[in-house]
Design a protein around this ligand. Sequence first.
Ligand SMILES: Cc1ncc(COP(=O)(O)O)c(C=O)c1O
Length: 404
Amino acid sequence: MVWPNEDYLKLPGSYLFSTVARKQREFSAAHPDAKIIRLSIGDVTQPLAPVIIDALHKAVDEMASAETFKGYAPDLGYEFLRNVISEKDYKARGCDIAPDEIFVSDGAKGDCGNIQEIFARDCKVAVCDPVYPVYVDTNVMAGRTGTYDEKTGTWSDVIYMPCTAANGFAPELPKTVPDLIYLCFPNNPTGATITKDQLQVWVDYANKEGAVIIYDAAYEAYISEENVPHSIYECEGARECAIEIHSFSKNAGFTGVRLGYTVIPKDLKAGNVQLHSLWARRHGTKYNGAPYIIQKAGEAVYTPEGQAQLKEQVAYYMKNAATIREGLAAAGYTVSGGVNAPYIWLQTPNNMTSWEFFDYLLEKANVVGTPGSGFGPSGEHYFRLTAFGSYENTVEAIERIKKM
Ligand SMILES: Cc1ncc(COP(=O)(O)O)c(C=O)c1O
């Protein structure tokens, strides 16, 4: 007799994006003439940059001849890609990360979800609140989170670090000492970030307590301010306490192409075990590598033309972010984010709940956003809008919101 994994049964339903989609569908059915603008999901809308398309075509052609055909990729990823990542994302920023400390993958989501596997089941996990749901849900699946309290929307064995207006949406050191700390800056959903000095405090804390920080840098390309770190390895001592996860989705539009990487420095240990060797074992056993074609496209991201074209793409989205942020502020909303991130985090007016504001916005402006409460209890009374739409739609959405 087979039984399901009970830890999976503990997961509350996939409420957030499915409820958003259902409500949008129902509204459309009831108002077929309404032109709905979606500023809700974190997916890009601009096409791949020409330099990437070119690299993809060339790599596809290589697959057509026996001399250049490629089969399984090397376990850690092709050297041409790991070398350029080490050079451009790390050494150029003064960070000491070697190519063989980089594990190429098919995106950050899988790595964010899988990384917990190399840690003991009784590790205590700390997350920001609100938070990208993958960190918590994958620890639930691993049986690490205790019991769920429907009333508070929290797990008994998870340490929540509220990120609120009072602390500038930057977490404070937790009162209970965690073993694993998930940090994501620039942040999804709040769009907030922290300075290098603030991040150094976390690195020092993790080293002092023997904790590991899992640093999700998916939105690094959106950083516009000087004192904001692009990598946790800019902080002293991070090689001994941090894993960093990157995505090609938001900087280069690879959401449908799929590419990412994870860095585990060889100095990082749990007890006397090198975590690098555990992840290498896991990678080699459970993963067969991102396709050659896609890794060639990833390499093109780092060429001078690639960097120029992608800078323009990021600037396009950040113009949307400024349009939303400034438009909402002018309309009297309390807004944050949108300076170093493609997300704008707004406080709902008149103390509306996040879902009340969702309905109000859909009804009055035909605009879809994401209720902050879906990201954790401290997201209640907040709402997330994304800068990933077209400029024209973004402008129109803000005009409509101003008239509400
Ligand atoms: C914080 C964060 N990490 C990771 C991801 C996933 O990135 P990828 O497309 O590389 O899987 C997302 C996607 O929205 C994200 O918001």
